[in-house]
Design a protein around this ligand. Structure first.
Ligand code: 5RP
Length: 270
């Protein structure tokens, strides 16, 4: 691997711990103004100091992220569909590699939709992006998307998707946590991060999922709604960080959450 590629990857997956907490705020590219992400700048700004990287589209990057913030950017470059459209899987590449370089990104990201009528199209999107990424030293993160079919998130299906993404050259693979997750990790030669998925019932559920994912070999999370749809997003991301980087247990993560929450409440009162 070339120096530039390695350097960009190390901006995302921190060499000190070998792990990463990416903040996903790219949901609007097919969901529109998602709850609590209506004004992206308001949601993103206070969380930036606590994230290792930001997954975002070029529109929100330019409109809502301070260029001086120095946060590594994982640029979402696939899209062209919407939640009310015919098929979420029918994605194309929306953003050129030249544009990604202009934006000084640390990686580009796209979704693949294995097992759908758009399987070949999205896998060829990945292959083409990897060709361009290799040429310019820009890592590619492949998201094993399931669209509206959240029930697809099982180890057999996700192992298939992750392995194909890795075989086609993805430098990082983003998938969902599931029962038997070690099978997904063990059969995927590329590092894996997990998405949080829709907001879980309790904070503890999110901490347990994070812990179990790290324990079974994920290098980190690329989490969105479980952080910024929580009424205490900073406490949430700090707790997730403690589990990912400090190997805290879910209970220790929860203690971090409660401490941060209390601290912030006190600050507000003053
Ligand atoms: C959408 C994405 C999102 O970035 C991803 O789902 C992560 O966010 P969340 O934790 O809210 O699921 O890639 O395709």
């Amino acid at each position: 691997m070339d120096w530039g590629m390695k350097n960009r990857l190390s901006r995302i997956i921190k060499p000190r711990t070998g792990h990463t907490v990416m903040l996903a705020v790219d949901h609007g590219y097919f969901l529109g103004p998602t709850r609590k992400l209506e004004d992206p700048r308001v949601t993103i700004t206070p969380l930036i100091p606590h994230a290792d990287a930001l997954m975002v589209t070029r529109g929100v990057l330019r409109s809502s992220v301070n260029p001086g913030s120095n946060i590594p950017v994982v640029l979402r470059v696939s899209g062209g569909t919407s939640i009310i459209g015919e098929n979420l899987a029918n994605e194309g590449i929306t953003t050129s590699m030249e544009e990604a370089m202009r934006l000084n990104v640390s990686a580009v990201a796209l979704s693949i939709f294995v097992g759908t009528p758009y399987e070949k199209q999205t896998l060829m999107n990945l292959s083409e992006l990897v060709n361009q990424g290799e040429e310019h030293g820009i890592p590619v993160l492949a998201v094993t998307a399931v669209g509206k079919e959240l029930g697809k998130r099982d180890a057999r299906y996700l192992s298939l998707c992750c392995r194909i993404a890795s075989e086609l050259g993805a430098h990082i693979v983003k998938t969902y946590y599931c029962d038997g997750f070690e099978k997904v990790v063990d059969s995927c030669p590329s590092p894996i991060v997990i998405a949080g998925g829709p907001k879980l019932e309790t904070e503890m559920d999110a901490f347990k999922m994070t812990y179990d994912a790290i324990e079974t070999g994920a290098v980190g999370v690329d989490m969105g709604r479980n952080i910024w749809q929580n009424p205490n997003p900073i406490a949430m991301i700090k707790a997730v960080r403690s589990i990912v980087h400090k190997k805290h247990t879910p209970k220790e993560g929860f203690d971090v959450f409660e401490r941060e929450k209390a601290k912030r409440k006190k600050k507000k009162k003053k």
